[in-house]
Design a protein around this ligand. Structure first.
Ligand SMILES: *Cc1c(COP(=O)(O)O)cnc(C)c1O
Length: 458
């Protein structure tokens, strides 16, 4: 390992992995299955057919195929913005005076600005292949909506995006970007769906939530011909698509003989984290490494660290299949002064199982400290990170400082999921010192969240 490590550990175009890594196939103890909320039996392909694309359903339920081929028509699109850089953070290491080696996998080089395009493109590709003409989806902070708008424009599909109302007001440029790529954007809750009208009837001034926008998008898809619903996180097929992140990172590391000791990702619904860790976790489960995996979530929406491991709905209107996951309850809505994204109430079921079984650690961070870390990183490395990504930066810095204290030369990899150019209002709040840290009390969690968990006896 005498080879000098370059700042960017690029892969050549023909070294981009041509298959996704299906982590479940490598787990002896599988996550609990999705359940039909009526029968409480595991869902079948037929149950999901009215809502999701066929291939997404197949992938969602596939827990045995280890590697799933990325179709050539999709690889071609991936090559327009991949491989994503794997960067040695030499300047951050120096700023921290740490003996640790820090690397980040940077997913913000495409216009949508995050890793979400990896799954958006896959889902649009399959929708087109099966002859659909349009898709619906929800978006919270706007990254997923932007990614889907780009993907639908590329593959020639119509798209309706239900955007959480408060986000559509706080992030007008996200809205504009989505519309520029040709999608129809509806602030949620809206009066265009029954789910939206029901929520507005209870609280006309609601800020909206991801769970509520999901309900609207699902309803619209089911009621429209040749239309299906797509989701940008939480579900297993989304994690599968995001495994391109980990596959590339591992291929680049292998080229240089580098083995990470710690892999860190921010966690909203879990897709980038699950994708980043997938091949490394596969090896750990086979006893081939002892990597520490760390999920970092906001203290204001702490699904792993304070949630319950229970069957819950994916949406507020309680229409989705039941998912066994760490959850704050489908009724949980994070405080509106929370600017850092990652506001989903639950966590992907594969990651939930890995956390339950002790293969994954989790920690929660408050947003002012997350922004401190973001700015330290931006000043050292030049990239303005997304607030979401900055949760991972915070943990990577803490681990690097711990290495300084103990004088250990660990290799740290974290996922830099995106850029923060559309999040300037959050940075403005930070700069103006009006950003506050809100941590829900146990009573808050009980009242708004856990009380909404389905009362199923399983
Ligand atoms: C959506 C998003 C996340 C969180 O979603 P996951 O599914 O948990 O990965 C993280 N970072 C950025 C930049 C995002 O857009």
């Amino acid at each position: 390992m005498s080879k000098k490590i370059p700042t960017r550990l690029y892969l050549a175009e023909d070294e981009i992995p041509s298959s996704w890594f299906n982590l479940r196939a490598f787990m002896k103890d599988k996550p609990d299955p999705l359940l039909h909320p009526g029968t409480l039996k595991p869902v079948t392909e037929d149950d999901l057919a009215p809502v999701f694309c066929k291939e997404a359903i197949k992938q969602e339920l596939d827990e045995t195929t280890p590697f799933i081929n990325i179709p050539e028509g999709l690889q071609a699109f991936y090559r327009a913005y991949r491989p994503a850089p794997l960067v040695r953070a030499y300047f951050l290491e120096k700023a921290l005076e740490t003996p640790a080696e820090i690397y980040y996998k940077f997913e913000g080089t495409n216009t949508s600005g995050s890793h979400k395009l990896n799954s958006a493109a896959a889902q649009a590709y399959y929708a087109k292949e099966e002859g659909l003409v349009s898709l619906t989806t929800e978006t919270g902070a706007g990254q997923w909506g932007s990614a889907m708008a780009m993907a639908c424009a590329f593959y020639g599909l119509g798209l309706t995006v239900y955007m959480v109302k408060i986000s559509s007001e706080q992030k007008p440029y996200r809205k504009a970007l989505i519309e520029t790529y040709g999608a129809r954007l509806i602030p949620s809750p809206s009066n265009t769906t029954e789910a939206g009208r029901n929520i507005l009837a209870v609280d006309p001034n609601t800020a909206g939530s991801l769970g509520c926008a999901i309900s609207e998008a699902v309803e619209a898809a089911v009621k429209t011909d040749k239309c299906r619903y797509v989701l940008g996180s939480v579900l297993n097929h989304v994690l599968l698509h995001q495994s391109i992140i980990g596959q590339e990172a591992k291929a680049a590391f292998d080229k240089y003989g580098i083995k990470p000791d710690i892999v860190i990702g921010c966690a909203g619904g879990g897709s980038n984290l699950g994708g980043l860790i997938a091949p490394f976790m596969g090896e750990r489960l086979a006893g081939k490494n002892n990597i520490r995996f760390i999920a970092v979530e906001p203290a204001s929406c702490p699904s792993f660290t304070r949630g319950k491991y229970a069957y819950d709905f994916g949406d507020t209107a309680k229409t989705t299949p039941l998912i066994k996951m760490y959850t704050l309850g489908n009724g949980f809505i994070p405080s509106s002064n929370h600017a850092g994204g990652l506001r989903y109430h639950g966590m992907n079921s594969i990651l939930s199982k890995l956390y339950r079984d002790g293969h994954l650690e989790a920690r929660a961070e408050v947003q002012t400290e997350v922004f401190d870390a973001a700015i330290k990183f931006a000043k050292a490395e030049g990239i303005l990170p997304a607030p979401e990504s900055s949760h991972a930066i915070k943990a990577a810095i803490d681990e690097a400082l711990e290495c300084k204290r103990t004088n250990e030369k660990k290799v740290i990899l974290f996922g830099l999921t995106g850029t923060g150019y559309f999040d300037m209002s959050a940075y403005m709040a930070y700069n103006a010192k009006t950003m506050t840290d809100y941590i829900p009390t146990d009573e808050d969690l009980e009242r708004t969240g856990f009380a909404s968990l389905p009362k199923v006896d399983l």
